[in-house]
Design a binder for this molecule. Structure first.
Ligand code: SF4
Length: 564
């Protein structure tokens, strides 16, 4: 008989939590400035991470703060909701609002004493933080382009909304803890504890990510999702989806068997099968994913262990019928949706870049005031993009000049004035707020981009689209293993450089250089840019060039070029 598997500590916490309740309600009112270890794990399912300002650590002191994340399928946000998040970041947070690379919002720097009010404030405008983090399906991503006369985009958003609703936890814990009034909160221990219909008692082994998009526009990085749905379109209508399974970016260098992975193409399904097949995939991961070691708990490891054929057979068993092979349709392009576009109903939409998604007023860059001014004046709907930017929808062409002048008056760059490097760059927050960060990301990204742009300019490559994603640790939140250039924090002030991915997100990059001091990253890339300029083939992108050369040949060529 095989030994029973020893489950990870977090599994025990979830099991004993009475469906995500644990001691959160009691601890919320105990006068302390932080939660205990077990409650910290459960809080994630409610959309908040306990953190501390790592710049202030020392002498045993920790200043506890909370990140509060809103779960927004497809990044669809009304003006009222956007303005409310601004108010909340000022009232309870650090005065900045961050657009995440999964089309959500994050408040940073919330004190425990303000946590409930912050979460309530988000719910008051019909947004939610429930299941924005934790071992559940997180925010469902979807191409945000707001084409109004286009059935395909509407179908995609409806599918994203339906999947998000279907995979939302059913436990009432969230409402009991955060949304009821005062003393009611003390009664949660007497509440009936219900069982989750999809997640069961212990939810999923690990986080689960779903994304939906079109072949010609992989703006949500569909191959990096645990479950990707790639729409197949005929006669301007979605006839079904290719189901992609097992993508995931995180890895742990100390654990050699961990790896980033692109999703595998598993099956083709029709629109009416989406919810049931999605549920079947989630349940297979629920029942067979690794619950002993969280480093191996993402669905990509289950698929790597079983092979795609066995995984698909199990999904078919759970679903109740066989599934056909994928349709030939695959990713062919990507669009960042920045700049002005016809919306299809006589109105326009405008995509505006926000560096690292951080909306703030600092110096001449007064994005928070600029966006607030536009939303108050025009009240339009908005969409958040996976490249951490914002789309203003439903703009009357007559208002175009006024909106442009509000943006430029507040130091917000219009798309046509941006360098391609800026347009396609994203980063994770890292230090000082992320507890897992080993080094900086967002804070040093401006310097990194200007260093890279200087080197590109040296070879006349300033107009070249080179996508750069940066993270402060190998967990890969900003998807650093798929773009042209991935910069991943490895130690304090030192980074791993990945090359050979592409902006379309269809290829994994390879490790090109390791433990590179931050200041040397542009110089290490410079000879690669030089070779690219000299040897590129017609129409070849930087990522394609690095991929064609391969790590070994590229390293040798760079060494030869440097020695000359
Ligand atoms: Fe934190 Fe690492 Fe994720 Fe960045 S990639 S947010 S440093 S866990």
């Amino acid at each position: 008989m095989s030994e029973p598997v020893k489950l990870s500590k977090v599994e025990g916490i979830k099991e004993a939590s009475r469906q995500l309740r644990g001691t959160i309600a009691d601890e919320l009112v105990n006068g302390e400035d932080h939660f205990s270890g077990d409650a910290i794990q459960l809080l994630k399912h409610h959309g908040t991470y306990q953190q501390d300002d790592r710049d202030q650590r020392g002498g045993g002191n920790r200043e506890f703060i909370f990140m509060v994340r809103s779960r927004i399928p497809g990044g669809k946000v009304t003006a009222e909701q956007f303005l409310a998040e601004f108010d909340l970041c000022e009232k309870y947070g650090n005065g900045t609002l961050r657009i995440t690379d999964r089309q959500g919002f994050q408040l940073h720097g919330v004190l425990k004493s303000n946590l409930r009010d912050a979460i309530r404030g988000i719910n008051e405008v019909k947004l939610s933080t429930y299941a924005a983090c934790g071992d559940v399906s997180r925010n469902v991503m979807c191409c945000p382009a707001p084409f109004r006369n286009n059935k395909v985009h509407q179908q995609m958003q409806e599918t994203a909304d339906a999947v998000a609703a279907h995979l939302k936890p059913r436990s009432q814990a969230y409402y009991e803890i955060w949304l009821r009034d005062g003393d009611e909160n003390q009664k949660v221990h007497e509440e009936v504890v219900e069982e989750e219909p999809i997640y069961g008692k212990t939810y999923l082994p690990r986080k689960f990510k779903v994304g939906i998009t079109l072949p010609e526009d992989n703006c949500i990085d569909v191959y990096t999702q645990d479950l990707g749905l790639l729409a197949v379109v005929e006669n301007d209508e979605i006839i079904g989806y290719n189901v992609l399974v097992g993508g995931g970016m995180g890895m742990t260098p100390a654990k050699k068997d961990t790896f980033p992975a692109l999703a595998k193409r598993m099956a083709f399904i029709t629109p009416d099968q989406v919810l049931d097949v999605t549920e079947a995939v989630v349940k297979v991961q629920r029942d067979f994913g690794n619950r002993a070691d969280r480093k191996f708990a993402r669905m990509k490891y289950l698929i790597a262990n079983w092979g795609l054929e066995k995984f698909k057979a199990k999904v078919e068993e759970y679903y109740g019928q066989s599934l056909p092979e994928p349709h030939p349709a695959d990713v062919t392009g990507v669009d960042d949706h920045l700049g002005w576009h016809e919306q299809g109903d006589g109105k326009l939409f405008l995509g505006v870049n926000i560096d690292n998604g951080r909306i703030q007023d600092v110096g001449d860059f007064r994005a928070k005031t600029g966006i607030r001014t536009i939303l108050k004046k025009y009240g339009m709907d908005t969409r958040l993009t996976a490249l951490q930017s914002v789309i203003f929808c439903d703009i009357d062409p007559a208002d175009r000049a006024d909106i442009e002048s509000i943006l430029t008056d507040h130091g917000i760059a219009l798309a046509e004035t941006l360098t391609p490097t800026h347009r396609y760059a994203i980063s994770c927050p890292a230090l000082p707020t992320c507890g897992l960060a080993v080094t900086d990301s967002e804070r040093v990204m401006p310097d990194l981009l200007s260093g890279i742009e200087t080197e590109l300019a040296r070879y006349g490559l300033s107009d070249e689209r080179v996508s750069v994603h940066m993270t402060g640790c190998p967990n890969g939140c900003a998807r650093p293993y798929t773009p042209d250039v991935g910069i991943v924090g490895k130690a304090r002030g030192k980074y791993t450089i990945y090359l050979g991915g592409n902006a379309q997100g269809t290829r994994l990059a390879y490790l090109y250089d390791d433990l590179v001091p931050f200041d040397e990253i542009p110089q290490r890339l410079s000879p690669v840019f030089g070779l690219f300029k000299a040897e590129r083939q017609d129409g070849e992108s930087f990522g394609d060039f690095c991929d064609r050369k391969g790590k070994e040949a590229l390293t040798e060529a760079v060494a030869a070029a440097v020695a000359e």
